[in-house]
Write a protein that binds this ligand. Structure first.
Ligand code: 3PG
Length: 397
């Protein structure tokens, strides 16, 4: 159901769940991509004359107020981007929230304090979540689910409240689902997927599913060392999940049986330590010396990956290739991003998913317009790629 299904919203109180889980350095937002991505829905509701009440989480506080996770910096940034003051209620459903909502004029936006300051939000007990959802619902006449990054969470402000109020998917959620569906449902081939990030164990489900869906799987990031170890290579002191080696061996066998090409790096940038200024050298991927730690895929691997992307028609990318925050180890991520931009210019449909890869794209200076879709979802986009049903989406159907 879309926002249109909610009818005339002038003067109506609309509760919007957004994903404002942005990276912070103290109280400074270092990447406001998720706030900007929320603007189409919020602007649309403002223009429709709704009284907009936004609920969101920041970080993983322990179900009790914690000033380190206050949404105050988000309220300030959102106000700048919307061009109106955004009041921040001091609580979620208490006296401050109620008076803030009561004070809204048509077309005004307010933000409720971090929804995860209330332990009921993430409770596994249905009745507890439902109780909070009921209290949230009393603040509004309708609900718009627009926090794509949290639709994989069965939480009160994502799932339960959608069962109490007339509910609709916001524009961001619709756009994300449409784009990701192009990869998950009958992708145009060749379909190439680039996976990085530190841990294999975070990606087990998605790898298993892609072994039945993708034509090529390009692996980089910290997780690649478990793949190299599974092939019998030494990985020095690189990140290694020994308990996943057998699983990865199974993946390699299954890939061969399914005709899925697994592309691993041919060279690695290996450093003496995990530091921006650590001495480093490029070594063959099948012989990382003892004491050296792989922090990026090497230049040959970058060129190989770009070549494997060049003729792809659908590309999904999740997870950086190396420690891109340090310039010395950003080359692999840059090569993959450029390869995807070039393939997109040649007509491929490309999706960048996962908070880190999206942040990498922006931080490395790439124009977001060079990619078909940059997802705001980390876990949510991975779970869609994995073929799972997401509670925050099924509840809107
Ligand atoms: C994210 O950052 O991926 C989303 O905001 C979800 O956050 P969570 O993993 O803490 O639920």
């Amino acid at each position: 159901k879309t926002i249109d299904s909610l009818g005339d919203l002038r003067g109506k109180r609309v509760l919007v769940r957004s994903d404002f889980n942005v990276p912070l350095d103290g109280t400074t937002i270092t990447d406001d991509g998720r706030i900007r991505a929320a603007l189409p829905t919020l602007t649309r509701l403002v223009e429709a004359g709704a009284r907009v009440v936004v609920t969101a989480h920041l970080g993983r506080p322990k179900g009790t107020p914690d000033p380190r996770y206050s949404l105050a910096p988000v309220a300030a940034r959102l106000g700048e981007l919307l061009g109106q003051d955004v009041a921040l209620a001091e609580d979620l459903v208490g006296a401050s929230a109620q008076s803030t909502v009561a004070g809204l004029a048509d077309g005004q936006v307010a933000l409720l304090e971090n929804v995860r300051f209330d332990a009921r939000e993430t409770s596994k007990v249905d009745a507890e979540r439902e109780e909070l959802a009921g209290e949230l619902a009393r603040l509004a006449d309708a609900f718009v689910s627009d926090g794509f990054g949290v639709v994989h969470r069965k939480q009160a402000s994502v799932y339960d409240v959608a069962q109490v109020l007339p509910a609709a998917a916001g524009d961001l959620v619709l756009k994300e689902v449409e784009s990701l569906s192009r990869a998950t449902t009958d992708p145009e081939r060749p379909y190439a997927v680039v996976l990085g990030g530190s841990k294999v164990s975070d990606k087990l489900g998605v790898i298993a599913n892609l072994l039945t869906k993708a034509d090529r799987l390009l692996i980089g990031g910290g997780m690649v060392f478990t793949f190299l170890a599974a092939q019998g290579h030494s990985v020095g002191s690189s990140l290694l999940e020994e308990d996943q080696i057998d699983t990865v061996r199974g993946y390699l066998e299954q890939a061969e049986a399914n005709g899925v090409e697994i592309v691993l790096p041919t060279d690695i940038v290996a450093a003496d330590a995990f530091a921006a200024d650590a001495p480093h050298t490029t070594v063959a991927a099948d012989a990382i010396p003892d004491g050296k730690m792989g922090l990026d895929i090497g230049p040959d691997a970058g060129a190989l990956f770009a070549a494997k992307l060049a003729d792809a028609r659908t590309i999904a990318w999740n997870g950086p290739m190396g420690v891109f925050e340090f310039e010395a180890f950003a080359g692999g991520t840059r090569a993959v991003a450029q390869g995807i931009v070039d393939a997109t210019a040649n007509g491929a449909f490309s999706i960048v998913g996962g908070g880190d890869s999206a942040a990498a794209v922006r931080r490395l200076g790439f124009d977001e317009a060079g990619f078909s879709h940059i997802s705001t979802g980390g876990g949510a986009s991975l779970e869609l790629l994995e073929g799972k049903e997401l509670p925050g989406l099924t509840v809107l159907a």
